[in-house]
Design a binder for this molecule. Structure first.
Ligand code: SF4
Ligand code: SF4
Ligand code: FES
Length: 485
């Protein structure tokens, strides 16, 4: 038996003025789960501790709690000494039990054909439904969804159920229209829901984007999203040009300073090409200083992310084909991008004959020359499409530590993704404000990130400068060459 100590958030709204932590030391067997530790606390320390469970084997979803801030199933999570146990971020009934009823009630139910013409789903339809059917109603996704927390969005698992029903031939309702009413376009594509889902249901990609596609074909696309799609069809770009573009300012091949360690293609993305070309030039400078030959096909265009995320997919095949042809024509086997959204799209929505890497991923792999430490403290904003979309969190931080001290903040969505900034500026602003508050709490001198959309949006919600990692790293190199007196 092992002795472990856990901090548990206790709260009885009937008699406690506010929630408070209690520490409990209990004995549990090797490999015990959090649920076993809660049983031990209940049996040996305090029988008034309230928590839910049923199956004890990850099947019923009733035991979901937060362990060290992350939503998990208590019966599946190992009990570790020093852990903090809190209820899901949902209104509390008592201690670790939360009020699931409003979310259960919001789940759409099948509306079956009442005549004899209804058909049973065929085998392949059942197979299609399966990934969307495995929900165990734990509401971990609901508890973490940023869109739901600031708007009337019904939430991820209700969207999952809408998509599941839309695939069922026995159902008679217009599920796309119902989903639009329930806030389909309010999802920021942050990926948080499926990263905490114990059944790994890919709600953003397998339900929300698919419902948006159905909604698009039924004429429900938001006017602002349709404008972006028209711009992409007309110009190949999702934003308009306001200054000389990155592609106009660069040669097709940029040789490194010194011996060639690696040759890569560079995918610039619409924002860095047309709105923030200086930042993209900083990235090229950093790559060249680190022995990377950069090949930049000038006929590359928008990756298609704004169309895929908003369900306007009819033109995406053309964009994909043109981008793949542009890079394969120049014979590169690795394509690097500094935009989190483009990177996630190229990795997950394309089938590329080349390897795709984020800027920070490449530099971590090849190794970088030492920059000067700038003597500042920064906070790092994890772009959703880099942290959750590509699993890249440590690489940018390991580079950053060479140039600055880092004060961490929670990894939350800034509100700019999924077409929400264009479609629902009120929601994007509410989430941006929340990001701004967390930035302020860190006391950092500036914010660093790796996504142009985050960079733009966060800059509107903080007084601190916001920069791409590449720009700060270049500053570190320049400072080393010409130290400030
Ligand atoms: S992707 Fe993010 S905003 Fe969209 S439903 Fe999931 S948690 Fe909510
Ligand atoms: S979709 Fe996943 S996280 Fe959400 S309620 Fe169902 S099982 Fe839980
Ligand atoms: S007790 Fe059923 S999933 Fe944990």
């Amino acid at each position: 038996m092992n002795k472990i100590t856990l901090r548990v958030l206790r709260f009885d709204p009937k008699c406690d003025p506010s929630p408070h932590f209690e520490s409990y030391s209990v004995h549990v067997h090797d490999g015990a789960r959090v649920l076993h530790a809660l049983h031990a606390i209940h049996d040996d320390c305090d029988p008034t501790l309230t928590y839910r469970y049923c199956c004890g084997t990850g099947q019923c979803g009733s035991c979901a709690v937060r362990v060290n801030g992350e939503p998990v199933l208590a019966c599946m999570e190992e009990a570790r000494d020093g852990s903090t146990i809190e209820p899901l971020n949902i209104p509390v009934i008592k201690d670790l039990t939360v009020d699931l009823l409003p979310y259960i009630k919001s789940l759409p139910i099948i509306c079956p054909e009442t005549t004899q013409t209804a058909t049973m789903p065929a085998r392949d339809v059942v197979a299609n439904l399966k990934p969307l059917r495995s929900c165990i109603g734990c509401m971990a996704c609901v508890s973490i969804c940023p869109a739901l927390s600031v708007s009337d969005f019904v939430g991820p698992t209700a969207m999952r159920q809408e998509m599941r029903l839309s695939l069922d031939p026995r159902d008679t309702k217009d599920r796309a229209a119902e989903a639009v009413q329930a806030g389909l376009f309010r999802c920021t594509s942050c990926q948080a829901c499926w990263k905490v889902c114990p059944k790994e249901i890919q709600i953003p990609g397998k339900a929300i984007e698919k419902l948006r596609e159905l909604a698009h074909y039924k004429g429900h696309t938001l006017p602002r999203h349709a404008e972006v799609a028209a711009l992409i069809r007309e110009t190949g770009r999702s934003v308009t040009q306001t200054e000389p573009s990155f592609l106009e300012l660069t040669a097709e091949v940029m040789e490194p300073h010194g011996p060639v360690k690696k040759t890569v293609g560079f995918f610039v993305g619409c924002m860095y090409n047309l709105r923030l070309p200086r930042t993209a030039l900083d990235a090229i400078d950093v790559l060249r200083r680190n022995g990377v030959r950069v090949v930049i096909p000038h006929d590359q265009i928008c990756c298609g992310s704004p169309l895929i995320r908003t369900g306007q997919t009819e033109y995406v095949g053309t964009l994909k084909a043109r981008n793949i042809a542009a890079f394969t024509a120049l014979g590169v086997d690795t394509v690097v991008t500094m935009c989190a959204g483009c990177g996630s799209t190229l990795k997950h929505d394309y089938e590329t004959p080349f390897n795709v890497m984020d800027f920070s991923e490449l530099l971590t792999e090849t190794g970088i020359g030492s920059p000067a430490h700038l003597g500042i403290t920064v906070t790092y904003h994890d772009p959703c499409h880099l942290a959750r979309g590509q699993g890249i969190t440590e690489q940018p931080r390991s580079i950053l530590r060479k140039i600055a001290d880092i004060n961490e903040m929670p990894s939350i969505c800034c509100g700019s993704g999924g077409g929400v900034r264009a479609g629902f500026p009120d929601e994007a602003a509410a989430l941006g404000e929340r990001r701004g508050i967390e930035i302020e709490k860190t006391g950092a001198d500036m914010v660093v990130t790796c996504c142009p959309f985050c960079e733009f949006h966060i800059a509107g919600h903080t007084n601190k400068p916001v920069q791409h990692l590449a720009t700060l790293l270049l500053k570190g190199y320049r400072e080393k060459e010409n130290p400030c007196p």
